[in-house]
Design a protein around this ligand. Structure first.
Ligand code: ZN
Length: 369
């Protein structure tokens, strides 16, 4: 997140530019400029900017359809490899996921068709060549949009085609199995790309790696969600915690930090209310900046979302993702702080669950800590 720069907010979604994207622009400009002069450099950069405008429109295709189904997308990040729209959750209804996934490539097809209408040059996949100076900007952009639609429909995560495949499989089997199967198909395709890449196309090798990692990540995420299903906050929250008060000094916090492996420190006031959160890193940063006497209240992250112990872990995962915070609080019925829940400790509890189910099927160990 820190490596991306917000460039604007449209329809409630922030568009961010990743630093590597800016480096990519500079690289393209320099490469064109050195080969064919200043005008070529400007043309190259203009083309890339136009392509990325199309990528943003593609992402907004996903965003606007997702919104129809109540899925929020707080931001879109532009990377040199394309855009990523972060969704607060993935709809588990296959038709919704199918339509959200198809909306992006559909936008590229519409753009390609409109540009074709303007120039009367038929877009074709071989027209993508960035280096052919004979092709004008608009026909080239039209071909690139056709390429983007086709490329994104490759049935492999993290491409839209992977989601399309999963959605289609979900009509016939449960979501987690559909994800596993779609991920396997994706990894098979990654191997094929990798093989073709080794035969002499380095770009394919790069895509293969990207697809392979995307498939693994998606499969893991689905397993996580499946396990989280049916668990409640009380099952996974951490209750034995070192706590700080709003007037705790940073040097005091640092001392306490030494005696625990805890990563997040709740800041709790005299009434037992959670006022904020201090992380291991913030405490160290404050010490580093010579603010040993700063008070927790001045350094902490405030407005931490809170849940009740009987709410679902799904809800906790959603809040963690939506707020991009390291942990969320757990309050009792009177609004007093009783525990903390972080992604790391949900993961830990799930590992225990998996190991337990492996060794002792059909047992019911209580798993609160
Ligand atoms: Zn897409």
């Amino acid at each position: 997140m820190t490596w991306s720069i917000p460039i604007g907010r449209f329809y409630g979604t922030t568009v961010r530019l990743h630093v590597t994207f800016l480096l990519f622009l500079i690289w393209i400009g320099a490469a064109y400029g050195m080969r064919s002069g200043m005008q070529a450099a400007i043309d190259g950069v203009l083309l890339i900017l136009a392509v990325f405008a199309c990528v943003v429109l593609h992402e907004f295709g996903h965003v606007l359809v997702a919104r129809r189904y109540g899925v929020r997308t707080p931001d879109i990040t532009l990377l040199p490899i394309g855009g990523v729209a972060r969704m607060t959750h993935i709809p588990e209804q296959p038709t919704q996921e199918l339509l959200i996934a198809l909306a992006g490539p559909a936008v590229n097809l519409v753009i390609a068709a409109i540009l074709y209408g303007i120039t009367d040059t038929v877009p074709h996949l071989s027209g993508v060549d960035f280096q052919d100076p004979g092709v004008g900007l608009i026909p080239r952009l039209s071909s690139i949009n056709l390429f983007l639609a086709v490329f994104n429909l490759i049935p492999a995560f993290p491409m839209d085609g992977g989601r399309v495949l999963r959605a289609l499989l979900t009509y016939r089997m449960d979501y987690a199995r559909a994800t596993q199967l779609a991920a396997s198909v994706g990894q098979g395709i990654a191997f094929l790309f990798g093989f073709l890449g080794l035969m002499g196309n380095p770009l394919l090798l790069f895509i293969a790696l990207f697809v392979y990692l995307g498939a693994a990540g998606e499969a893991q995420g689905a397993l996580f969600r499946q396990l989280a299903h049916g668990m409640i906050v009380a099952d996974v929250m951490t209750t034995r915690l070192e706590m700080l008060s709003p007037d705790s000094r940073m040097d005091e916090a640092a001392l306490r930090m030494i005696h625990t492996s805890q990563q997040e420190f709740p800041v709790v006031d005299g009434q037992g209310k959670l006022c904020g959160l201090l992380t291991h890193a913030t405490i160290l940063q404050a010490m580093h900046a010579g603010k040993a006497d700063a008070m927790a209240a001045d350094v902490m992250m405030s407005d931490i979302a809170c849940l009740h112990p009987y709410q679902t872990v799904d809800e906790a995962l959603r809040l963690l993702e939506e707020n991009q915070v390291p942990a969320i609080g757990v309050n009792d019925a009177q609004g007093r702080f009783i525990g903390l829940i972080s992604r790391a400790n949900i993961g830990e509890i799930m590992t225990i669950h998996i190991l337990r189910d492996k060794n002792r099927p059909a047992s019911a160990l209580p798993l609160s800590r």
